[in-house]
Design a protein around this ligand. Structure first.
Ligand code: PLP
Length: 349
């Protein structure tokens, strides 16, 4: 009854009424059929597991990704398995190698652990792919080589051939950690095949992006069972009670909606390309992107532009220290991107 009250959290308050292009969220919620499947679970919320929802998710992932069920673990989002992989496979003698810029959670966990972190710039000469050869050369004895593809914040893809090369040449006992949070937006081949082939690879997925489930919390890790066993060594074998039945049901129903996935991807691409056309009118440069975000170069401190957009009620993303004049902008709906373009017009005037 009535309008639901909003949580009095500063973060929420500060973005009320703003067009949200700052957090790489999806502009819309779960697919309608999936939302319905999730909503149907609410009434069984008194049960930890009213039916075999977790097993159904694993079975569905296995069919869609062609990875054995034994190699799949669901999580409440992908942040936990991301830091957990770092905690498990890095050590005082085996550091983390990561691209720069990239999603920083892995290197932050490594820094917290006190292990060596080696950052390698993206390949500016080759569509800003992760430079796997330079990463191996920079630390030939690392515990983890982290490849985010498509990469956050650039949206650029690292060819699967490069990931395969890294897996073939990396030192024994190390892991290639492939973060595929944005892969549905790119539609490019997944490294899941390497997991199915029992390589030293951990692939992470999240339902927070194209599936529109960031607040519902669901993610996956895919890896050989012995690698997962190491990651789970301080939880016992089971994860019982960590997953919401609403998230499980919504996520399972999302995975098989291949037509809706392509449609959402195409909507995003259309909105992104229209935005690029608008940036070009002002001679602004941006990096090529295969996902729902892009880096635009303002040729002035990115924070100044972020503040200017905020005054027009548009929350654009942050910058990365390596590129202080560039902002990451999430691609929202056509309407969101229209608001971005209108705000840009105001700022440029
Ligand atoms: N990996 C990447 C590359 C991300 O950008 C994010 C979130 O923005 C995550 C992982 C973690 O997301 P979640 O915990 O919602 O799955």
């Amino acid at each position: 009854k009535g309008t639901p009250t909003r949580a009095p959290i500063e973060e929420v308050q500060s973005k009320v009424g703003m067009v949200r292009l700052g957090s790489n969220e999806c502009w819309t919620g779960p697919f309608p059929d999936a939302a319905q499947a999730g909503a149907a679970m609410v009434q069984y919320g008194n049960r930890y597991e009213p039916t075999n929802l977790r097993a159904q998710l694993i079975e569905t992932v296995s069919q869609v990704e062609k990875v054995p069920q034994t190699h799949i673990l669901p999580w409440p989002g992908s942040s936990d398995p991301l830091s957990r992989t770092v905690v498990t496979f890095c050590s005082p003698t085996r550091g983390l190698v990561t691209a720069d810029p990239t999603f920083e959670n892995a290197w932050r966990t490594a820094a917290w652990l006190g292990v060596k972190v080696t950052k390698v710039p993206l390949r500016a000469e080759n569509r800003y792919a992760t430079d796997v050869r330079a990463m191996l050369a920079a630390d030939p004895n690392a515990g983890i080589y982290y490849v985010c593809s498509p990469n956050n914040p650039t949206g650029t893809v690292t060819p699967l051939a490069d990931i395969k090369w890294l897996v073939a040449h990396k030192p024994a006992g190390s892991i290639v950690l492939v973060d595929e949070a944005y892969i549905h937006f790119a539609g490019t081949p997944s490294a899941a095949k390497l997991v199915a082939d029992n390589k030293d690879v951990v692939v992470l997925r999240t339902f927070s992006k194209l599936f529109g489930m960031a607040g519902l919390r669901l993610g996956l890790s895919m890896a050989r069972p012995d690698l997962h066993a190491k990651m789970m060594r301080y939880d016992g074998a089971s994860q019982s009670g960590t997953l919401s039945i609403v998230a499980l049901a919504t996520g399972t129903a999302s995975l098989t909606q291949s037509a809706a996935i392509v449609e959402r991807r195409n909507q995003m691409i259309a909105a992104r390309e229209e935005t690029f056309a608008h940036l070009k009118k002002y001679g602004l440069t941006y990096l090529p992107s295969n996902a729902n975000m892009f880096m635009v170069d303002w040729k002035q401190p990115a924070q100044t532009m972020r503040d200017a957009f905020a005054r027009s009620k548009v929350d654009i993303g942050r910058s990365w220290p390596i590129w202080p004049t560039m902002s990451r902008v999430t691609v929202g709906s056509a309407q969101d991107m229209q608001a971005f373009c209108t705000a840009l017009d105001q700022i440029m005037a």
